[in-house]
Ligand binder design. Sequence first.
Ligand code: C2E
Ligand code: MG
Ligand code: MG
Ligand code: MG
Length: 278
Amino acid sequence: QVKSQDAVAMSFYQESFDHNTLNYLSFRTYIKQSIEAGEVYPLFQPQVDVRTQQIVGFEALARMKDETGNWISPAQFIPVIEENGWMVDFSNVMYQNAMSEFQRWVLEQKPAPLPSLSLNLSIMQINHMDFLKNLDRLLTQFKAISSCLELEITEGIFIGNIESKLPILEAIKARGIQIAIDDFGTGYSSLSYLKKLPLDRLKIDQSFVRDIDVDLNDNAIIETIIAMASKLQLEVVSEGVETEQQLTFLQAQDCHIIQGYLTGRPGPLPHSKHSKVA
Ligand code: C2E
Ligand code: MG
Ligand code: MG
Ligand code: MG
């Protein structure tokens, strides 16, 4: 199942590149070389507890640069990486760079409490035999932040046999890493995985948040997701919060952690050691 954002990415990508054109081939080569050169740059978007105005975590979001130094977005490079089978190499570079930057920031700023760092985890990584070996190497290299990591997976990985994913998720949990479901509500998979697997958080997809107040059905869906999450003792993060109205509605539903342009765009880690939102 393709999520909505990927659908946008794919259509952009198909319009931009015919697979046989020189354009596609040179972009493909350029992306491959950039990964090999370690040129994957993390931006950090704050996750904010709106009761305290504290930043409680950051999601690391990958960016690359084109030949002239302009940012390239994941909508452009992720499809190329996926279809060429480079996701593991790409993620190794991304995790290395994001954790390195985050650890340096933590050691310099000494934020207390320590915010979490969320990294996106793709099914291609989970299926790779070296996944845990790579993870353990990173945990050893970045000890100072090893207790505040979270991995975000999408519901897509639960299509099919849910139980088969249990060992790998338990191995992640055994390392003290939190697990979040990203883009929750867009995956069309059975909800039974929610009670069968060791999960910590649900991230409500921005497509539901975007239409708050406009669409009463979306309001109902968000209310229901939050109520269900609370029964299952899962924390809820709302993605894509852009307006005060959306925030007010979410607060009234007892969702306190938000990630969106309203409280901060993806960017460099902040300078203030107090991690307060302006
Ligand atoms: P995601 O993991 O669901 O990340 C959230 C996306 O929503 C980010 O887009 C973020 O910039 C955007 N966003 C956050 N707040 C708002 C808002 O208020 N309004 C709007 N309109 N958008 C908002 P971004 O950075 O372009 O990333 C897109 C997707 O690319 C991510 O969706 C994720 O699926 C993928 N991605 C990004 N970095 C990585 C990575 O390191 N590894 C993998 N496997 N995928 C990644
Ligand atoms: Mg994510
Ligand atoms: Mg998401
Ligand atoms: Mg998304």
